[in-house]
Design a protein around this ligand. Structure first.
Ligand code: ZN
Length: 65
């Protein structure tokens, strides 16, 4: 049975004992993309968290009134 990389743009042949659905190259690309997505998500989380913190801090300027 012939195995091919699942990436439609790649279709590279995979050796018989290869355990993964994607070739080495595509797997590396995938990992890179996940890491980039993680960085972006973290950046957004920090941005939202910072904004939320600013709102909360402003709300506590006059706590006793
Ligand atoms: Zn591939």
């Amino acid at each position: 049975m012939e195995k091919k990389c699942k990436n439609k743009k790649c279709q590279r042949h995979l050796s018989g004992g290869y355990k993964h659905k994607y070739c080495e190259n595509c797997r590396n690309e995938h990992v890179k993309r996940i890491k980039d997505a993680g960085k972006t998500a973290l950046g957004i989380a920090v941005f939202i968290g910072g904004t939320a913190l600013t709102i909360v801090t402003k709300g506590k300027i006059n706590p006793k009134k």
